[in-house]
Design a protein around this ligand. Structure first.
Ligand SMILES: [Zn+2]
Length: 99
């Protein structure tokens, strides 16, 4: 569990200076089922391709375990101009909490 302060003084690319920012976790919307990547994957699942789809998702990469952590991008909203941007280096963690 990584605790991130809700208010931070960060660089704003629009104001071109450090200002107070509100921090939020990035939430991704559900992927469209009509996109090419989804159609390709669904085709493989329907047809059956080798060992795909993998029976044990914990061992997708052969011989190695999958990392449990994932990249957590932070959405920073500037208090002065009100514009939002995503922090450059996402945190790698399992759980993220804004305090
Ligand atoms: Zn700004």
């Amino acid at each position: 569990m990584v605790k991130v302060p809700k208010e931070q003084r960060r660089y704003c690319p629009y104001c071109r200076q450090h200002t107070q920012h509100r921090v939020k976790e990035e939430k991704k919307g559900s992927a469209s089922t009509l996109k090419k990547g989804h159609r390709r994957r669904q085709g493989k699942i329907d047809k059956g391709y080798g060992g795909f789809p993998y029976e044990d998702p914990a061992h997708r990469t052969r011989g190695q375990k999958n990392p449990l952590s994932k990249k957590m991008p932070l959405v920073l909203t500037c208090a002065e101009c009100g514009k939002a941007h995503i922090a450059k280096k996402p945190l790698r963690t399992q759980h993220l909490e804004t305090v």
